[in-house]
Design a protein around this ligand. Structure first.
Ligand code: APR
Length: 231
């Protein structure tokens, strides 16, 4: 079965990582434009790095949960791709290989001058971290107002277009272009399964809406897939 899964912050909520929007969301305590824009970083790189270091600390202590693990399992028996908006790397830590990171990865750095990209788990020992060329490095994530990595978005549209089942898990569906992918999949004939404790824009096009947590919702889809037999 060709299964494509769009994930958002909600899939990592059960690992103890706060989501962005909603009651206890990250954007309740902070203003996105003060922290997640290129302008905010030019104005105050230390403040932006402090926020990312705090998030790195939370993510560093988190473990993949049952939802991440189920998706990793499905990769063994299905043609499965995960398209994630998350920067936490938990899909890969759960064992998934076919992962497209639309919004970058919090463990990677990018030089603001020469563009070099590298991974550094210890970047927060001295902020702002610097590149070997001497310039300040930034988190290699996509900020508001920035373009997504072009190959990642091209491949995501291609995958959405040939999906048989397109599962949307734990995203509020308010950030584009990621939020558009389920609509593309639907228009090319995919069945749409949505897992979220709250209705979202994607509920409208869902063939199946599981109004529950990521782990419970994916467990139910796992049962469905097993009852349909191997692909
Ligand atoms: N299981 C599944 N879904 C959950 C759970 C859970 N346990 N808990 C919360 N959710 C749902 C919420 O109902 C909400 O719809 O997860 C969604 C989280 O939405 P957002 O916080 O908006 O996260 P996301 O959709 O990933 O945000 C997109 O916005 O700020 C940017 O770059 C950031 O990648 C992020 C993008």
């Amino acid at each position: 079965m060709r299964i494509r899964v769009l994930t958002g912050a909600g899939i990592s909520a059960e690992s103890g990582i706060p989501t962005f929007r909603g009651k206890d969301g990250l954007w309740k305590g902070f203003r996105a434009e003060d922290l997640a824009t290129p302008q905010a970083f030019s104005k105050n790189p230390i403040k932006v790095w402090e926020w990312y270091c705090w998030r790195r600390q939370i993510i560093g202590q988190a473990e993949p949960n049952e939802a991440h693990k189920l998706l990793a399992d499905w990769e063994r028996s299905h043609d499965l791709w995960i398209i994630t908006q998350n920067v936490d790397g938990l899909h890969q830590r759960a064992g998934s290989k076919n992962v497209i990171e639309l919004h970058g990865n919090i463990w990677r750095l990018r030089c603001t001058a020469c563009g070099k990209v590298w991974e550094d788990e210890k970047a927060c020992s001295k902020i702002p971290p610097r590149c070997e060329c001497g310039a300040i490095a930034r988190p290699d994530v996509v900020w508001f107002g920035e373009a997504l990595p072009s190959e990642a978005i091209r491949k995501s549209y291609e995958l959405a277009g040939d999906a048989e089942i397109f599962i949307v898990v734990g995203t509020s569906g308010v950030v584009q272009p990621a939020a558009n992918l389920p609509f593309v999949a639907k228009s090319f004939g995919a069945r749409i399964y949505v897992v979220n404790p709250q209705p979202t824009i994607h509920t409208e096009i869902a063939d199946l809406f599981l109004q529950t947590s990521a782990s419970e919702g994916l467990r139910r889809i796992d049962e469905l897939l097993q009852s349909e037999g191997p692909s």
